[in-house]
Write a protein that binds this ligand. Sequence first.
Ligand SMILES: [Zn+2]
Length: 254
Amino acid sequence: MTSSSLLSEFDLPAFELHNAKGSGNVVLICDHASHRVPIQLGTLGLTIDQLTEHIGWDPGAAEVALQLSALLDAPLLMSGYSRLVIDCNRPLQNAESIAVESAGIAVPGNLTLTGEDRARRIESLFKPYHHAIEELLDGRIDRPTVVLSIHSFSPSLNGQSRPWHIGISARYNIRLAQLMIAELSRNTSLKIGDNQPYAIEDEFDYSLPAHAESRGLPAVMIEIRQDGLSTATDISGWASRLAASYQQIESEVF
Ligand SMILES: [Zn+2]
């Protein structure tokens, strides 16, 4: 089994916790916030351009999440490393947990991993992030809590363009999603995906099933199309629209 951490004293921590004592009812999580790679893994054999493309992270998602954290006075947990090192929203048994290729690009640094290499990524990155979410939620069992999981998605995938500006996904407890979709739909120029571009599935999703669904907490996965997050103005526009929409419907959630 694992003998030493993947993270050295020169690496940043596995996750970032912001606004831990936030007084709002929302907990924010951002699984694909960073394209960082631990120093000892170099660039996983990719170019910097490839790493900073959408295959390495969700561009814009961390900024939206940070602004939402301030606007809703909500604690926010963000993963500190690229999903190509280990995907914090993939069940560990999924083949894309540590992807050998993404969107047609091979990830050389993931091609010949030993069991120990895998274990070190799990122990050093995946588990600390998810333990932190667990601890945060454990500390709130006596108060109403909603989990918002913030992602961004690429405008096209496998040659298919994706028409939604934003997608709201939920599975068992769908009232929050229905309320948010109805509220966002008041802006008739927005094309909103209902469980699009991704529905929540046990095979592909870890964070909301493991932390929110298991506790019966209202939760949604929010996916914002990346071309709508390309400037600071776009990003703060989405953050304030989402915060205002949530605040509008919050009293109906519980
Ligand atoms: Zn994502």
